[in-house]
Design a protein around this ligand. Structure first.
Ligand code: UD1
Length: 421
């Protein structure tokens, strides 16, 4: 497996382009299953998760072509040949479960393996299942697969989610576009990726209102048509690269980044003493002289502080002045980066869902192991400011979520190289 070597101590300067959002794209791609006409996505990120979703869609009978080096995804699902999402594909990536809603809506049946993905918690599917059952689906768990049928098709329904799950909201939203009648779903997730999905579905002819609030209303239509949609910018990639000059020192402009999508995160950076500015090219970030200050952070569903930026934030707080408290409320097992950061000299104590981080003046390079996508990148960030060399092993998770990471950070002056196995 490849590793990445980062040599710390060089301040950054320059531009880092922000790609289309991985998590938006992974929800937008299954929307092709809802229509016989082509769906084209532009501004797509070039990532292995996108290749995994392409393979899954092809296994269902969709045609998927990655054009313009992968920045454009042209899909057509004229005729589906299968309604089974196999374990061999689903285990690689939890977002594979996003074919469940569209398949049920269009084919009135689906068999979807329970997912794998990052090892950051139990990640059950009960909220997806209750939402689809409310719309008339019958769902049974057998041999590790969810077997779902909707005899006579899905029906509009009124229901509340017990927690605003991102994936369940996306599955239910896609399913409801072709259900008979009106669906009103409350306590749903409000993430920008859901707003982007609703925008695309509307371009395909769906009738949706309320996305971005906690209640979405969908009036079912008989069929959806083709569309071309531009994927929203990746707010997690933005947040990650905003932290790079904070940790390494210097100034970076994240091209195409949207500050309005990372407000809770930017507010914490501001409290820590970081200078941030939305420009007409993107988001400019500079660490003023000296160390940043400790801040307390608790993750929460959007518009709260994103769990997907918690590991990277911890990397920053490892060298902040004072003690910070980080509370993880979304996933129960998401501090796996803490022991690795400790190997680099960080002072971190984890008690259940809370971590206390006491900043040290400087981290020290060490061989470390990446355990999930965001944990991997937090170790790279930590390495940017560490003394000497940090070797991040097992980086395949990184390629799931960060396109051309070495080129992007290297372009801003970081000393970073990939060692191919
Ligand atoms: C999505 C993101 C992921 C992000 C997460 C939370 C994608 C592809 N992935 O994941 O990067 O970290 O949102 O912002 O968009 N839960 C249940 N039952 C369910 C569904 C979820 O208990 O049926 C729990 C999960 O175990 C977890 C919490 O709800 O503790 C949040 O999960 P959810 O919002 O569904 O996250 P994902 O859609 O899997």
């Amino acid at each position: 497996m490849d590793s990445i070597i980062v040599t710390g101590g060089t301040p950054l300067s320059g531009d880092i382009p922000i790609a289309g959002a991985k998590n938006a794209c992974l929800a937008l791609m299954p929307a092709t299953l809802l229509s016989e006409e082509p769906l084209t996505l532009t501004n797509a990120p070039r990532l292995s998760d996108i290749a995994t979703m392409s393979a899954l869609l092809r296994s269902l009978g969709s045609e998927v072509s990655l054009l313009a080096g992968g920045k454009v995804i042209a899909m057509s699902s004229h005729q589906l040949t299968s309604t089974r999402a196999d374990y061999e594909i689903v285990r690689k990536m939890r977002a594979s479960n996003l074919v469940l809603g569209p398949l049920l809506a269009r084919e009135h049946q689906a068999t979807v393996s329970l997912p794998g993905g990052c090892a950051i918690g139990a990640r059950p599917m009960d909220i997806h299942v209750s939402a689809l059952e409310a719309m008339g689906a019958e769902i049974e768990l057998k041999d590790g697969y969810l077997h779902a049928v909707a005899r006579g098709g899905l029906k509009g329904a009124r229901f509340a989610m017990k927690f605003p799950s991102v994936g369940a909201t996306e599955n239910a939203l896609m399913a409801a576009t072709l259900a008979r009648g009106t669906t009103v779903m409350s306590n749903v997730a409000r993430e920008p990726e859901i707003v982007d999905l609703a925008k695309c579905l509307r371009a395909m002819g769906a009738r949706i209102e309320g996305e971005g609030t906690d209640t979405i209303t969908i009036e079912g239509v008989d069929r959806l048509h083709g569309a071309t949609h531009e994927v929203v910018a990746d707010r997690i990639e933005l947040g990650t690269y905003m932290l790079a000059p904070v940790i390494a020192g210097g100034e970076v402009e994240c091209l195409g980044g949207r500050l309005d999508l990372v407000e809770a995160f930017a507010e914490k950076l501001h409290d820590a003493g970081v200078e941030i500015e939305q420009t007409n090219r993107g988001v400019k970030v500079r660490r003023a002289n000296g160390r940043v200050h400790a801040v307390d952070v608790a993750t929460a569903p959007y518009p709260g502080f994103p769990t997907d930026l918690q590991a990277q934030m911890m990397a920053m707080l490892c060298t902040a002045e004072g003690t910070s408290h980080l509370e993880e409320t979304i996933f129960e097992n998401r501090f796996m980066h803490a022991p690795e950061l400790t190997r680099m000299g960080a002072k971190i104590e984890v008690h259940g869902g809370t971590a206390s981080v006491t900043g040290v003046e400087r981290l020290k390079g060490a061989p470390v192991m990446a355990t999930d996508l965001r944990a991997s990148v937090s170790l790279i960030l930590a390495g940017l400011a560490a003394e000497g060399e940090t070797r991040v092993n097992r980086v395949y998770h990184l390629d799931r979520g960060y396109e051309e990471l070495e080129a992007k950070l290297g372009g801003a002056g970081a000393k970073i190289e990939r060692i191919r196995d």
